[in-house]
Design a protein around this ligand. Structure first.
Ligand SMILES: Cc1ncc(COP(=O)(O)O)c(C=O)c1O
Length: 300
């Protein structure tokens, strides 16, 4: 990925299922998992304008934050590797410093792409929101462009304008879009550029995610209310799951031959299925399931 790399149009794949016919709805998957092998899905959109900004500011190193399963960590490392830039990841969990056995495929991949890690205990990791600590890091790494956890900031949000443009061209009259939520940056970006007649449904992959709402509205930058956050489909919490989610994932993957990641898109499909089974949808709805990638985290 170079900062001025042309945007590729990913497929919008229509799903055929008798249950959709019975409900009178049409359903597609936006295959943004196919936009890049390593900087996949929403990550591509969130990083693109940030990389441009770093370049314009003469910074050629990225420093960011994440948990052991953060696809953002893997994507940042890969984007820097492609450009020959160093990258630094501040990772939650000081136990990982000595226990390499516990490293996720995501961390291993980021390391292969040259990311240097600093492992933090939980209280220190909370400092990532404190400006004084961020200023201190900036002094320690003067050439680094600091990206928040999950890569979510205003430039990341702006990166989704092109996704909405593609969707409006690919599917006239779509009414609803479902996306997975970690920090809410992608949901904010999709809602910001969608019209008020299009509803963006975010499916939180973590527990008690209501606290994200003010930040999401803030990123949208207006009082636009074309979005909802669904907080009851996390399956036990971030990076956790349950037998129902695992079953729905397997069914979806074998029915449509579309791979899902267990942390984000599996919960998105679980939420969509639950709403379908409880007759939540109205005839005439044209629904898009946004595949945000994350598949690189599934391989070791
Ligand atoms: C595959 C995938 N989908 C969705 C998300 C959630 O994105 P956001 O943090 O913008 O809510 C992430 C976040 O890391 C992700 O990796």
């Amino acid at each position: 990925m170079t900062s001025n790399q042309a945007e590729i149009t990913t497929p919008l794949q229509k799903l055929a299922d008798k249950r959709f016919e019975q409900a009178g709805i049409e359903v597609w998957v936006k295959r943004d998992d196919l936009n890049h092998p390593l900087i996949q899905g929403n990550k591509w959109h969130k990083l693109r304008l940030n990389l441009q900004q770093a370049e314009q500011q003469g910074q050629s190193q990225l420093l960011t934050f994440g948990g052991a399963y953060s696809n953002h960590i893997a994507a940042t490392a890969a984007a820097c590797y492609e450009r020959g830039w160093p990258s630094i990841g501040f990772i939650r969990g000081d136990e990982l410093a000595t226990n390499h056995q516990a490293w996720s495929p995501t961390l291993k991949q980021a390391q292969r792409h040259g990311m240097q890690f600093e492992f933090l205990d939980r209280p220190s990791y909370r400092l990532r929101h404190h400006q004084a600590w961020l200023d201190h890091l900036q002094q320690r790494f003067p050439n680094a462009y600091l990206l928040p956890e999950g890569g979510s900031n205003e430039l990341a949000v702006a990166g989704f304008e092109s996704v909405i443009k593609q969707l409006n061209q690919q599917c006239k009259g779509w009414t609803d879009l479902f996306c997975a939520v970690g920090t809410g940056g992608s949901l904010a970006g999709l809602a910001k550029y969608a019209s008020i007649n299009q509803t963006i449904w975010g499916v939180a992959s973590l527990k008690n995610a209501d606290y994200l709402k003010p930040q999401i509205q803030n990123w949208i930058g207006s009082s636009k209310q074309n979005w909802r956050l669904l907080t009851e489909f996390h399956g036990g919490g971030y990076a956790k799951s349950n037998s129902e989610i695992v079953l729905k994932t397997k069914q979806f993957e074998s029915q449509f031959q579309i791979p899902l990641d267990p942390i984000y898109t599996a919960k998105l499909i679980f939420a969509f299925n639950t709403l379908l089974e409880t007759n939540h949808f109205k005839s005439g709805q044209k629904i898009i399931l946004y595949h945000s990638g994350g598949l690189q985290g599934c391989a070791d």
